[in-house]
Design a protein around this ligand. Structure first.
Ligand SMILES: C[S@@+](CC[C@H](N)C(=O)[O-])C[C@H]1O[C@@H](n2cnc3c(N)ncnc32)[C@H](O)[C@@H]1O
Length: 156
């Protein structure tokens, strides 16, 4: 998600289009603590790489005698780096009715919700409706991206 947001800002500048975001915060949920720990490690590593990229770019601009303020994407890159470092990871099991309220709270808070490769697992557990319950709490205008492999029919 964060790498997409970083690239999106660059594309907007490249094509002189307005970029619609001015801040970003990331909260990820999963029922598995090892999966959450892994996601945290990946996002922290990504944030470090973004930081290295910012520093390298600044150094190269400086060495070539150019003003590092010449890079208008820097502020957004800093935001992405910060969002990666401070992302929150919460253990929520969407098959458990008593945990849905927290999922709904997060859905209400979010502007963008990515449901990534979990729909089929929920359906197999007979909990597809729980996902609908959580998503129904989102505010009107919230963007929901539901990713699933295979065909639409396969994904149910
Ligand atoms: C195929 S993996 C996808 C992982 C990650 N979302 C991604 O796109 O890379 C499916 C994930 O769904 C999680 N999952 C399965 N059932 C779940 C449930 N009832 N509540 C929350 N997460 C669940 C699993 O722990 C696993 O991490």
């Amino acid at each position: 998600m964060l790498d997409f947001l970083l690239a999106w800002e660059s594309w907007c500048r490249l094509w002189s289009q307005p970029f619609p975001l001015d801040s970003v915060e990331l909260v990820g949920i999963d029922r598995s603590q090892p999966a959450l720990d892994y996601a945290r490690r990946v996002s922290v590593a990504f944030g470090r790489e973004v930081q290295r990229w910012i520093e390298t770019r600044q150094r190269v601009l400086h060495e070539s005698g150019r003003d590092d303020q010449e890079w208008p994407g820097r502020a957004w890159a800093e935001q992405i780096r910060s969002a990666a470092a401070t992302a929150r990871w919460e253990q929520i099991d969407l098959t458990r009715a008593e945990q849905l309220a927290r999922g709904q709270e997060l859905a209400r808070w979010a502007n963008v919700i990515v449901v990534s490769y979990v729909l089929r697992e929920l359906q197999d557990a007979g909990s597809g409706d729980n996902l609908s319950t959580v998503l129904a709490a989102a505010e009107p205008g919230t963007l929901v991206l539901l990713l699933e492999s295979g065909t639409k029919d396969d994904a149910g």
